[in-house]
Design a binder for this molecule. Sequence first.
Ligand code: MN3
Length: 238
Amino acid sequence: MTIVTRRQMLATVAGGIAASAVPAFGQATAQPPAGPFSLPRLAYAFDALEVAIDARTMEIHHGRHHQAYVTGLNTAVMGNTELVRRPLDQILRNINQVPEAIRQAVINHGGGHYNHTLFWETMAPNAGGKPTGMLAEAINSTFTNFDTFKTQFRTAALGRFGSGWAWLVYANNRLQIAHTANQDCPLMTGAVPLLGLDVWEHAYYLRYQNRRVDYIDGWWRVVNWTAVATRFNQARQG
Ligand code: MN3
């Protein structure tokens, strides 16, 4: 995980279309194997986040990309009587306990499943605005103010070259901005992700093409600060 410092203001926009693990259009999807992990239902319609993310992107992203991570994770842990019973966050927090032969698959698909589940939960229609309460206080004391926080998060999201995520995490008893490659989850380095932005091109290409910065700037309109505050309170107590 790359922790972003205030001095890292050089933004680099990613190029090239990200590799994707999902079937091509029209190609039959394989029946997912039975397994402990399943695709969570969205709490809103595909078109509910249109102010920031178009319905077609949501449908493909959830139904194909996220489903592919769930399927891949179930395949990876199949036959491992320990892992099939363990909650995903515990698997990722203790990633070195995962057998080496399947570890990278669990990092990719387990991280993909966890990260996307968080992504859907921390967005909502008619959301956006600013955080309130203790989360707002923590953001202000850590990053000076909300606008400076947003600027630093934006820099992290632009600075992730290629595919990955930008994060607000809770680690070492404080808030931090970070970014990770691919589907690497902050839980693997002991940080608790509170808010994450998927900057793989599959997350924005249909509407924004190469304009990652416009996707980032539009995304604030659907951030569900209530859900982020809940995660913050749990992280502080945990
Ligand atoms: Mn994605």
